[in-house]
Write a protein that binds this ligand. Structure first.
Ligand code: FE2
Length: 232
């Protein structure tokens, strides 16, 4: 199969291009170098309804995520960043400290690919196995974890992300502002919810808590989270 053969994908209000499914694992996307590409969504654009509409996906994926990928390619062209896998661009641009454009575009490309894979329909059933045990060890029980995660999503001022990360053998909930990501500083993200307004405003307007609870209770892909946790 021609790896560069693009297929058209109509996502809600926006028409975007994406690559064949064989290239779309999160690991593939994060390890790929320039030209950086917009990975295909892991589900149809209307699969998350009624919790997230195809209209929201059309703008969020088809405009915002796609825009970050385009900007990253523009800014990386002709620089050492064009030779690095996306994972490394995020880390090196953060280290450099004077490349906010590259960092923002790379981190948002990374963050969104990860976010889409944190969701599925149906989802939300409480996790089991090692993930359940680590949540209980770190937060007491799943209900307390849910309360803290939702609270931190709601409390984050402005635009950003709330993450579940594996850090030093424990799980922790961290907030990041704007494009910032735990992937830039050695923490291992295992789950996230995007709390930029573009993630929910078309469906929920200012009701961020309703959006977060809907994702957590109905769309969270705990199997993906467990897989992330199990990775070395
Ligand atoms: Fe977003």
């Amino acid at each position: 199969m021609n790896r560069r053969k693009f297929i058209a994908l109509t996502a809600g209000a926006a028409t975007v291009t994406a690559l064949p499914k064989s290239l779309f694992s999160v690991a593939d996307a994060q390890a790929a170098a320039a030209p950086f590409e917009l990975p295909k969504l892991p589900w149809a654009d209307n699969a998350l309804g009624p919790h997230i509409s195809a209209n929201t996906i059309g703008f969020h994926y088809g405009k915002h995520h796609a825009g970050y990928v385009t900007k990253l390619n523009e800014l990386a062209a002709g620089t050492p960043f064009a030779e690095m896998p996306l994972d490394k661009v995020v880390i090196e641009a953060a280290k450099a400290g004077d490349k906010p454009g590259i960092f923002n575009a790379a981190a948002q490309t990374w963050n969104h690919t990860f976010y889409w894979n944190c969701l599925r329909a149906p989802g939300g059933a409480a996790p089991s196995g090692a993930l359940q045990q680590q949540i209980e060890a770190s937060f007491g029980d799943f209900a307390k974890f849910r309360t803290e995660f939702v609270s931190k999503c709601v409390a984050l001022f402005g635009s950003g992300w709330t993450w579940l990360v594996a850090d030093g053998g424990k799980l922790a909930i961290v907030q990041t502002k704007d494009a910032d990501t735990p992937a830039a500083r050695g923490q291992k993200p295992v789950f996230t919810i995007d709390v930029w307004e573009h993630a929910y405003y078309l469906d929920y307007q200012n009701r961020r808590k309703d959006y977060v609870e809907a994702l957590f209770d109905h769309l969270a892909n705990w199997d993906f989270v467990a897989q992330n946790l199990a990775k070395g």
